[in-house]
Design a binder for this molecule. Sequence first.
Ligand code: HEM
Ligand SMILES: *[C@@H]1O[C@H](CO)[C@@H](O)[C@H](O)[C@H]1NC(C)=O
Ligand SMILES: *[C@@H]1O[C@H](CO)[C@@H](O)[C@H](O)[C@H]1NC(C)=O
Ligand SMILES: *[C@@H]1O[C@H](CO)[C@@H](O)[C@H](O)[C@H]1NC(C)=O
Length: 329
Amino acid sequence: MCLSNTVSSLLLSILMYGVLSNAQLSSQFYSKTCPNVTVIARGVIQRASRVDVRLTAKVTRLHFHDCFVNGCDGSVLLDASPAGGVESEKGAFQNAGSLDGFEVIDDIKTAIENVCPGVVSCADILAIAAEISVSLAGGPSWDVLLGRRDGRTASRADAAAALPLAFDSLDVLSSKFSALNLDTTDLVALSGAHTFGRVQCIVMNNRLHNFSGNNGQSDPSIEPELLQTLRRQCPQGGNLTTRVNIDHTSPDSFDNDYFKNLQNNRGVIETDQILFSSTGAPTVSLVNRFAKSQRKFFRAFAKSMIKMGNARTLTGSEGEIRRDCRRVN
Ligand code: HEM
Ligand SMILES: *[C@@H]1O[C@H](CO)[C@@H](O)[C@H](O)[C@H]1NC(C)=O
Ligand SMILES: *[C@@H]1O[C@H](CO)[C@@H](O)[C@H](O)[C@H]1NC(C)=O
Ligand SMILES: *[C@@H]1O[C@H](CO)[C@@H](O)[C@H](O)[C@H]1NC(C)=O
């Protein structure tokens, strides 16, 4: 009996190890080799966000776009290097002219290399920077798991295939998230990152001016006052790269207004509104839960960020610690 208990708890540990699959990541990973890593990163982000209110949103999105493409390996940061065989992910449709914040990651990397050279990966810097950004903007804090190493490749085609699109169906969104072991709760919680940041008019153009292919028509389900605002900010024939708030209630703070907006048909991006408007889908009750309780949203968001941050990481002697986040060593 005793033996079988031991055996089964051993088996359970092995199973858990498999399920969590990143038991090597640890919040203490740099406690001896670079104890000030978070303090340094926070200083750089604080300074940069005083100049650019959107910076915390940009940085949070960078970590997401890193993890979704071949795992959290810093691949999103690599510039194209035809000679080195690196095809940048920055050219993928979902990133081009859209993804931003690379300079602040460079600044953090430089500041860290000055203190502990060759120790901290760019993939970990993204994970740390995302947590700092969310908490600086008023959102939750969490213990960031560390110990990722940087990949040596990047693929634009992989980025184009893996990253969600603003007009994906709920089924497609779910399958893109489940590729990272992220479930419906993760999908809804992580979508809550659209509580801050901006979106370009081109993303809403069809909803505002060409609904279902009817030129001049707008999506009748959009709440009228928001529709009026969006049509003024993004007029037909206007500049499609103009950026507008994603959360029209509290554009720069990390809170649960995003979910309240969805309940009121004030979702700006199509894939946000479908989480609430897909009657009968399991996402609806999750939107309601997070709209009702910011505490529950914050807790779920932190948990899902940790889960996302575990996606197919390189550890141990895999990959490398890049000296420059834009180039492989
Ligand atoms: C569910 C699928 C998702 C889709 C389809 C999606 C799509 C988009 C789109 C189209 C934009 C506007 C980009 C532009 O116009 O340049 C955007 C912005 C943003 N997304 Fe997402 N997103 C998704 C999930 C997420 C997740 C999981 C996170 C983070 C955890 C995130 C964080 C952000 C942030 C912070 C911004 C604003 C960035 C800025 O101001 O530069 N998104 N997203
Ligand atoms: C960490 O940073 C603080 C202030 O920024 C400094 O006083 C301290 O000496 C640093 N510690 C290490 C181990 O570098
Ligand atoms: C409107 O949408 C349809 C299909 O959805 C597309 O073929 C057409 O080019 C669009 N018109 C404009 C003006 O964007
Ligand atoms: C559109 O706006 C962007 C940024 O707001 C600007 O850089 C660009 O020149 C504008 N394009 C046109 C055609 O006005």
